[in-house]
Design a protein around this ligand. Structure first.
Ligand SMILES: Cc1cc2nc3c(=O)[nH]c(=O)nc-3n(C[C@H](O)[C@H](O)[C@H](O)COP(=O)(O)OP(=O)(O)OC[C@H]3O[C@@H](n4cnc5c(N)ncnc54)[C@H](O)[C@@H]3O)c2cc1C
Length: 455
């Protein structure tokens, strides 16, 4: 098959979700990828990093087991074995995904594609056409101008494939990817230093959450410098040396460059065919349509949050849009975000600063400390759930920090996206003793009837 209702370039989270949903809706689909189906998330992103973070949690549990009266000795980290476990997880999911795509009769074409006409993608000399074209080519790990990625200076792509635990690492960038790798390496026994040019770690989160994470990292012995910019780095056979703009010099075995991801759109014929881009990002309207009729773009190549579940949602949205189902737009602000470091960070909706900018004094904020939550005490984690609500109105943001709080994001995103009032949630029952209870307690308190909390 060389022509279809929907022609998708890129088989990552955004592209394959669009393919699966389009096929479900009875549309014929061609899906093109130059690499493995599943993209960054499955092969180089979410899944492999979360497997490493789970192994890191196991290491921490062994190390700290004496606190719970359990005698163990952590002999070390067998990195090839950790990687084998990680690869097993990825392989099983990859197999499942290949099966799904096949079972829905999606035509998968392996090869590098280029847009050669508004409705045509060329792969290895063959032209594929679509009534609709969906661009889903994802993102790549960026570096800083002049900082070459090679040898001991690496991005997450190389860091994921290390077959040893470095003795020391400098992590350039205190965003999501930086703090997650820092967390893994510290748990595996490395000496870790994060360099963040902005005033806080995870700078896109509510400032109270950033500060709590910084406290927790200090306690874990993860070093970081905030608000000082990186100047340069050199490497030798034995290590890297990093100079900051204030003249400070740091050295370590490796440097991880985690300074963000750029759109994968160069030399793919997008601009040549009139598709509007801005600094490489494909410009779309809120319905994910580009300026060229019949061409859509989804996932990381569109400006905004770079998250797999945003890609899934984009892909489903575009499939339904093409099928004429008029799907509902979800604003980026209401997409849940989880950072899987230890302790975890999770949020959805407006942070306090954003809510105050939008509603002035008409904002209520409540922070429920996990110190009052039985299950968190059992786990031995500190942290909180912070609610941001409009006065006499709905909850517009939920911000959390603490071990395992990522698991609470499901209810949090329902509350924010369904525009629930604190009183609505306060009447619902949260099982005891769970960390989820803290979600209920926070809403009880904001509704003026705190149980295990002070007003
Ligand atoms: C280390 C790391 C950890 C992450 N952790 C998380 C997480 O925990 N949770 C989360 O939600 N998100 C996470 N992400 C982000 C997530 O991986 C991305 O948001 C998601 O993969 C974006 O999906 P996409 O479809 O837009 O692009 P991608 O997944 O990047 O897929 C794009 C696909 O297009 C293909 N392609 C590109 N150019 C061409 C071409 N010319 N021809 C053919 N094929 C082409 C590529 O081979 C690729 O398969 C993480 C990312 C990284 C790097």
């Amino acid at each position: 098959m060389t022509s279809a209702d929907v022609l998708i370039l890129g088989g990552g989270s955004g592209g394959y979700a669009c393919a699966l949903r389009s096929a479900e809706l009875g549309l014929s689909v061609i899906l093109i990828d130059k690499d493995k189906l599943g993209g960054t998330c499955l092969h180089r992103g979410c899944i492999p990093t979360k497997a490493l973070l789970h192994a890191a949690e196991v290491a921490d549990s062994s190390r700290e087991s004496e606190n719970f009266g359990v005698k163990t000795t952590l002999e070390g980290i067998d990195m090839p074995k950790v990687n084998e476990y990680r690869d097993g997880v990825v392989a099983r999911l990859y197999k499942g995904l290949q099966g799904l795509v096949k079972s829905r009769n999606v035509t998968f074409i392996e090869g590098e594609g280029k847009l050669v006409a508004p409705n045509t993608v060329e792969v290895n000399g063959v032209n594929y056409t679509g009534k609709n074209v969906v661009l889903a080519t994802g993102s790549y790990a960026k570096s800083i101008p002049g900082l070459e990625i090679s040898g001991r200076i690496m991005t997450s792509d190389q860091a994921l494939n290390l077959d040893y635990v470095p003795a020391s690492v400098i992590v350039l960038g205190g965003g999501v990817i930086g703090v997650e790798f820092a967390s893994v390496w510290k748990s595996f026994g490395a000496d870790v230093t994060i360099l963040e040019g902005l005033p806080h770690l995870v700078p896109n989160e509510d400032i109270s959450v950033s500060k709590a994470l910084e406290r927790a990292y200090r306690k874990r012995g993860i070093n970081f410098t905030l608000g000082t910019k990186f100047a340069s780095a050199t490497q030798s056979d034995t290590g890297v040396e990093v100079t900051l703009e204030d003249g400070k010099i740091l050295s370590a075995e490796l440097l991880l460059v985690a300074v963000g991801r750029g759109p994968n759109t160069a030399n793919m014929g997008f601009e040549d065919n009139g598709v509007a881009t801005e600094r490489g990002w494909v410009v779309v309207n809120e319905r994910l349509a580009t300026n060229i009729p019949g061409i859509f773009a989804v996932g990381d190549i569109t400006p905004g949050l770079q998250l797999a579940h945003r890609g899934f949602q984009h892909g489903i949205f575009v499939a339904e849009e093409i099928a004429g189902l008029n799907p509902v737009v979800i604003a980026d602000i209401n997409i849940p975000k989880v950072t899987y470091c230890e302790p975890e960070v999770a949020s959805v909706g407006m942070n306090e600063e954003e809510a105050r900018a939008a509603f002035g004094d008409e904002v209520n904020v409540y922070e429920y400390n996990l110190g009052g939550n039985g299950k968190s005490q059992i786990l031995g984690t500190a942290g909180f759930i912070k609610l941001v609500a409009q006065k006499d109105g709905p909850v517009v943001g939920i911000h959390m920090v603490g071990s395992r709080v990522g698991e609470q994001i499901g209810e949090a995103q329902l509350i924010v996206n369904w525009e629930a009032y604190p009183e609505d949630v306060a009447t619902l029952i949260h099982a005891h003793p769970t960390q989820n209870e803290a979600m209920g307690e926070a809403h009880l308190a904001l509704a003026g009837k705190p149980l295990h909390a002070h007003a």
